[in-house]
Design a binder for this molecule. Structure first.
Ligand code: PLP
Length: 358
C-alpha cells in the first residue's frame, strides 16, 4: 500500500509525475540520454524550459501582461534577499506583513538592505490569524506578504488594494486556488510543494518594476539578467524543472487551477468539519483564516498522543506530526493528495473518538 502522504514539503506529487520523471532518468524523450546527463542547452531541454514558463503564465492568466516566469535556485529563502536587492530603493523602505516564521525570515533579510516597516504582525497570538487592520506606507518600494503560512495553517483570503507593488511568497499554495494574479507584481514559490522536486524556485515578475532600485546587483541575483537569459543564466536545476513541467501538464488535465481548487476545497472541508465535530481535537487557526493547504490541530488530551499516533501510522498515513512551533498535528493537503487520503485520516479520527472519548 502506498502511504497517505500529508507531509508539508517535499511532499506527494501526482503518480504520473513519479512515473514519467523516473522514466526520464533512464531515457529522456527517446534521446537515449538520461535527463540527468543532457545539456541544459540541448533542444529537448530548451523546449521543456519554454513550455513550463509559458504554462505558468497561462495558468496564472498573465500571458501578454508584461510578466516573466523564471525557474531559479536557492529556494524561496534566496528570494527573501533577492527581492530587496532588486526592488528596495537605496534610500527607500520596504513594507512587510508578519504572518509567520517564513514571513519573519523574509523580514530579517530585508532589514540587511534598508528600512523595513512591519505593517502588522500576529506573532503575539502565535500567528493563529492574518492581521487585517494595517496601512501600507505610500512611499514603500514594495509590500511583501505570505499567501499561505505553512507552519501555522493560515491563509490570506484577500490582499490589500494599494498602489505599492505587491510581492507575495506563494510557496505553499501556488496553483491551488483561483485569484486575480495580476494584483501581484512579483510572486515566488519553492517548487517542492505544489510544483515538483525540490531544487528550483518559481519567480513570476512584472518586468516594469525592475531596474529601479538604484543598487548594483550581483548578476546571479539580478532578475533582469535571468530574464534576458530566458531562465538559463546559469545551469538550471534540470531535473527539478522537468518535474514542474510534468506537474503542470497533470494540472491541465485536472481542469487547471479552477479544477483543482474544487477538489482542494472538498478535502479541506472534509477535514475541518471533522476537527470541529470531533470532541478529541481542536483546530489552532482562527476559522476565517484557515488554510486549505495545511490544517493544524491539537489533541484535547495530549496524554493520548501515543495512542493516536499509533492509529494513524497503522492506517498508512505519514507526515502528520505538527511543526514544533505549533505542536500537535498538521495535515498538508497539497494538490496531488487525493480526497481518499483525507477520508482515511477522518476515519481514523472518528475511530479514535469511539475508542477513547470518555
Ligand atoms: N516560504 C514558505 C511559505 C515556506 O513554506 C517555505 C518552506 O516550507 C519557505 C518559504 C522556504 O522555502 P525553501 O526551503 O525553498 O527556501
Amino acid at each position: 500500500m502506498k502511504k497517505h502522504n500529508f507531509s508539508a514539503g517535499p511532499c506527494i506529487l501526482p503518480q504520473e509525475v513519479f512515473e514519467k520523471s523516473a522514466q526520464s532518468v533512464l531515457n529522456f524523450n527517446h534521446s537515449d540520454l538520461s535527463i540527468l546527463e543532457i545539456s541544459h542547452r540541448s533542444k529537448d531541454f530548451v523546449a521543456v524550459m519554454e513550455e513550463v514558463r509559458a504554462l505558468v503564465l497561462e495558468f496564472l492568466g498573465l500571458e501578454g501582461k508584461g510578466y516573466q516566469a523564471l525557474f531559479l535556485q536557492g529556494g524561496a529563502s534566496l528570494e527573501f534577499l533577492r527581492v530587496p536587492y532588486n526592488l528596495l530603493n537605496v534610500d527607500g523602505k520596504a513594507a512587510y506583513l508578519d504572518t509567520g516564521t517564513w514571513a519573519n525570515n523574509a523580514i530579517k533579510e530585508a532589514k540587511l538592505f534598508g528600512e523595513t516597516v512591519i505593517v502588522a504582525s500576529s506573532k503575539e497570538e502565535n500567528y493563529n490569524h492574518i492581521p487585517t487592520n494595517y496601512t501600507i506606507p505610500e512611499d514603500a518600494s514594495y509590500f511583501h506578504c505570505t499567501s499561505n503560512n505553512t507552519i501555522f495553517g493560515t491563509q490570506m483570503k484577500s490582499f490589500p488594494k494599494t498602489a505599492v507593488p505587491i510581492v507575495c511568497d506563494m510557496s505553499s499554495d501556488i496553483f491551488s486556488r483561483t485569484l486575480d494574479f495580476s494584483q501581484f507584481d512579483l510572486i515566488y514559490a519553492g517548487a517542492q510543494k505544489n510544483m515538483g522536486a525540490a531544487g528550483t524556485t518559481l519567480v513570476v515578475v512584472k518586468e516594469s518594476i525592475l531596474g529601479k532600485s538604484g543598487r548594483a546587483i550581483p548578476s546571479i541575483l539580478d532578475y533582469q539578467k535571468h530574464i534576458k537569459a530566458e531562465s538559463m543564466y546559469n545551469t538550471p536545476a534540470v531535473f527539478a524543472v522537468y518535474t514542474c513541467l510534468l506537474t503542470l501538464q497533470w494540472l491541465k488535465k485536472q481542469g487547471g487551477i479552477a479544477g483543482i481548487e474544487k477538489i482542494n476545497e472538498a478535502k479541506a472541508s472534509l477535514l475541518y468539519n471533522e476537527i470541529d465535530r470531533n470532541t478529541m481535537f481542536r483546530g489552532t487557526a482562527v476559522k476565517a483564516d484557515r488554510s486549505i493547504m495545511n490544517a493544524t490541530f491539537l489533541l484535547e488530551n495530549p496524554e493520548l498522543q501515543e495512542s493516536f499516533d499509533k492509529m494513524w501510522k497503522e492506517a498508512g498515513i505519514s507526515g502528520l506530526t505538527g511543526h514544533r512551533s505549533v505542536g500537535g498535528y498538521r495535515a498538508s493537503m497539497y494538490n496531488a493528495l487525493p480526497l481518499e487520503s483525507v477520508q482515511v485520516l477522518v476515519d481514523v479520527m472518528k475511530e479514535f473518538e469511539t475508542l477513547y472519548s470518555t
